[in-house]
Design a binder for this molecule. Sequence first.
Ligand SMILES: *Cc1c(COP(=O)(O)O)cnc(C)c1O
Length: 361
Amino acid sequence: MRSCDHTAPRAWVDNAVRLIDADAQRSADTHLLRYPLPAQWQVQLYLKDESTHITGSLKHRLARSLFLYAICNGWITEGTTVVEASSGSTAISEAYFAKLLGLDFVAVMPASTSPQKIALIEAQGGRCHFVQRPPDMYTEAARLAAECGGHYMDQFTHAERATDWRGNNNIAESIFEQLALETHPVPEWIVVGAGTGGTSATIGRYIRYRRHATKLAVVDPENSAFFGGYETGDSGYQTGMPSRIEGIGRPRVEPSFVGQVVDRMFEVPDAASIAAARYASARLGRRVGGSTGTNLWGVFALIGEMIAEGCSGSVVTLLCDGGDRYAGTYFDDDWVASQGLSLAEPTAILDKFLATGIWDA
Ligand SMILES: *Cc1c(COP(=O)(O)O)cnc(C)c1O
């Protein structure tokens, strides 16, 4: 009788899953902050503060899910080198989990990546490998992984499937639980941006699964392909251009973006994202990142509609990461000017909105 055994030693896998679960067990959930709005509007706005994860952004959730998915699929085991194509927050969070598991981690990134980000990855023991042309990141990451018998994590393919969208304390379940005792516990809208599209996929599926009336809006920055892909229904839509708003906006519609669960999309100018990030930072007393500004621009447009229609309710968005990472960019007037951007017009729109409830963009 022929027999063949490819069974990998299970002890490493068992311990790896335990280490990731134990890390989650030691961690607190992120806060759902109230964003102050005039009481007479009868609209409540909440920000899910993802900046308080240990690695500083919502990519902490993604990295945890990607590692569990790859380990339970048998793709990562003892001694596997983990490789990822990422110019930022995902690599920082994945480097953290690789270190937790004692695995080597290589981030493949554009040569133009900021020294702060490189330092954060290296501080977690990760190695950075650079490519001259950003579009070469993916093939280079796959090549490197094949060369060393490692695993290419591939966030832009796996983000939508690595997270348990039905629950298991995903971001959607957490939001609805935290809203339970509010005036309007089922929000009218949840507003998010898309980088991998994983967060919007999780929230959109969860809303349907739990039969909530909530609608999902996705905001997209300049030069990103998601808006055009959604508008034309073409998943092959490309702009080929990088986004200036870090974490969101992609040159192509990524495979992990699930447009079918998105109820509405907004195209947000970069100056508006930056103006809104600064505006919210002043309001909250601490800096938020650029993609949080993009979220808020979409939120205010929707709240403006709710006010015009005399509709009360709640709206939820994400504080994706803090603004301290962007002191030299979005919060630096010289950088803003060097990009040919002016914040005067979007700031005037925000001022008028907060004073009158009229959204005039
Ligand atoms: C990744 C990221 C997003 C978008 O989340 P996805 O789930 O990848 O679509 C938004 N903001 C920041 C700062 C990010 O790093």
